[in-house]
Write a protein that binds this ligand. Structure first.
Ligand SMILES: C[S@@+](CC[C@H](N)C(=O)[O-])C[C@H]1O[C@@H](n2cnc3c(N)ncnc32)[C@H](O)[C@@H]1O
Length: 296
């Protein structure tokens, strides 16, 4: 929903923007055009801080915003939860806008080695945004018991057959052939999840989503960040958050509702237009919510 992001954020006339989920840099490139041209009277230059947890995104050779190319853009490897540290590094305490476009990028989905898609059965079941931190998904499964695995698959994937799936995962571990690859988990899901009536959803979709959320602590990070964002977003500044499933959307909605320093600007979440869904089918479940930081 790039036009909406530019419009809602542009209305705040921001000088410092945090693009917390830089990905392919699409939003950053659009937001660059709404920055003021000049340094202000306090010597503060216009700046977009692009953050991403994925080293492959930030260290890509072809990043057009790479060091030296555009002084208005600084990229940081790390979770958007660390935005205050990135701001401090850029010698500022507050941002005027935070943009979050949650979930996976198309590049990550297309990277067949990382386990995000089901197309390469031999790929290691990893699912981490940052392959240099935390545990890959197959180890996460090895370290958790059947109940925890079932709860995660149910809670984060809303998968009705979570108990069956967790039982099979733990059975394989007991038989000394633990789930290690994408194909191992897809096979289990195929056996445990009946095919949906119109075959519109792969039997492993919900389970993979759940494990990705668990392994990356996606909901915890979102919750903690939104709970503290009013401390480092300047009065008059804005947050625009695009979520892709109901759990994320609920966290965004509640965070804006529960902190009276936010004025909710979108009473109902905004949805992509039919044209956008047609050109980018993955956007069909996107929901955008925007809030403005009230004056102190
Ligand atoms: C949907 S993509 C963003 C696409 C981007 N808006 C664009 O226009 O190209 C989501 C990105 O967020 C990153 N990400 C996920 N969780 C993150 C976190 N906690 N902190 C920073 N980046 C995160 C992922 O690595 C991925 O690159």
């Amino acid at each position: 929903m790039p036009d909406e992001i530019v419009r809602w954020i542009g209305e705040a006339s921001p000088r410092t923007i945090v693009d917390g989920t830089y990905g392919g840099g699409g939003h950053t490139r659009l937001l660059r055009d709404i920055l003021p041209a000049e340094t202000d009277s306090n010597g503060l230059n216009p700046l977009i801080i692009g953050m991403d947890r994925d080293p492959a995104v930030i260290r890509r050779d072809d990043v057009p915003e790479g060091p030296g190319s555009d002084p208005r853009i600084e990229l940081f490897l790390g979770s958007y939860e660390k935005a205050p540290a990135a701001l401090a590094h850029c010698e500022r305490t507050h941002a005027d806008a935070l943009v979050l476009d949650l979930g996976l990028s198309s590049d990550q989905l297309a990277d067949r080695e990382r386990g995000f898609s089901f197309t390469l059965p031999d790929a290691e079941l990893d699912l981490r945004f940052d392959p240099e931190s935390d545990l890959p998904a197959h180890q996460w499964l090895a370290f958790h018991g059947e109940k925890d695995i079932a709860d995660a698959i149910y809670q984060f994937g809303e998968e009705r057959f979570s108990r069956r799936i967790a039982r099979q995962i733990c059975l394989r571990a007991k038989e000394r052939s633990p789930v290690k690859t994408v194909g191992d988990l897809v096979d289990i899901c195929r056996r445990c999840v009946p095919r949906s009536k119109n075959h519109d959803i792969h039997p492993a979709t919900r389970t993979f989503q759940a494990l990705r959320i668990a392994v990356n602590d996606e909901l915890g990070i979102l919750q903690r960040t939104l709970a503290s964002a009013a401390d480092w977003i300047a009065p008059g500044g804005r947050i625009a958050a695009i979520s892709f499933h109901s759990l994320e959307d609920r966290i965004v909605k509640n965070a804006f509702r529960d902190d009276d320093r936010w004025e909710i600007l979108t009473k109902k979440p905004l949805r992509p237009t039919d044209e956008e869904v047609q050109s980018n089918p993955r956007s069909r479940s996107a929901k955008l919510r925007v809030a403005a930081r009230k004056p102190d």
